[in-house]
Design a protein around this ligand. Sequence first.
Ligand code: PLP
Length: 385
Amino acid sequence: MGFEYANRLKMLPPYLFAEIEEKVERKRKKGVDIIDFGIGDPDLPTPRPIVEFIQRELENPENHRYPSSAGEAETRKAIADWYRKRFGVKLDPQGEVAVLIGSKEGLANICRAFVNPGEKVLAPDPAYPVYAQGAALLTDAVPLRFPLLAEKGFLPDIESLDTEARMLYLNYPNNPTGAVVDKRFLLTASRWCQETDTIFCYDNAYSEMTFDDYVAPSALEVAQGDGTIEFHSLSKTFNMTGYRVGFAVGDSDLIAGLKKVKSQIDSGTPKFLQSSVTMALGAYRGAERPQMVKDNIAVYQERRDVLVKGLRRLGFKLDLPKATFYLWMKVDEPSLRFAERMLEAGIVVTPGIGFGKYGEGYVRMATTQSVQRIEQALERMAKVA
Ligand SMILES: Cc1ncc(COP(=O)(O)O)c(C=O)c1O
């Protein structure tokens, strides 16, 4: 018989990659060797000290029980301590911190807490799809996409945004473009949100995955008054995408609304994982990254250098990103077609169109392959590019 989806689910755009994913699957089944630069999921394992810490925590029966949905007190304190060390921002662990089951759910749930059906939500284009879809569309709100253009360094023109929107999402270091911002830009965005009474949701999931001498700021370092909430994650910093641990910090009213939604829907991140937040963030010495993070970054930086150099040699145009493990590369044909052509050579890249219409003409490559595999991929690309 089959049941019809609710209208809000029907509003979601078609999944563009279904066809290409099927082709990848078919090739894999046939035993074709695939080099996958597609998903933003670290191939490196979680650092040993964290794995061993969680194993020990799991042995404690106290950690087998329901956690606090808003976050254990100790975890929230560790997050506030980290913010002070890392960004020089003082937070009240009680009212200004929430623990999340990965930052993705928080980015979506904040919309449920503060946006009414029919209200407008500003989301970048290209972008991580959650802002416009999981957040806005599934709240029956109206996503307004604004362009991130190469000639503007993939930064939005803040002054041109719709002043009637309820919420603005921004994400830097940026997925998919790898673009970064300075505090001055964040100040402009924050001032604009204050003046227009717009809630500022800042996705800082890649703040620790930065290269060379770039240090990513927090929006809370410059936030003008209330109305800012920032999202973080252990996923990329500590290769922990599969664990589902993140957090949100900022304006106490926004945090309270987010916690209220969550208390009705989920029961929080397991306690043995919440304590890993305390352990992992506690390893920072002042603002300095712990060795396990430095080691990770060194690996991604080397891969970035090898891949960018190789792609440029093949004639592609792309920047050397200062952050994230993404390369955003211009192609001179429709991005889906380019991706399909690469797949024929056994290489998976993500077509830019999947991140929004302004992503067309680009593909994203995640440096989640070893240098050896990157070199192999470059050889294959040389034959088909
Ligand atoms: C920009 C951005 N924000 C948030 C997330 C979600 O991360 P998680 O839910 O694992 O914390 C991702 C994941 O790829 C991302 O790219």
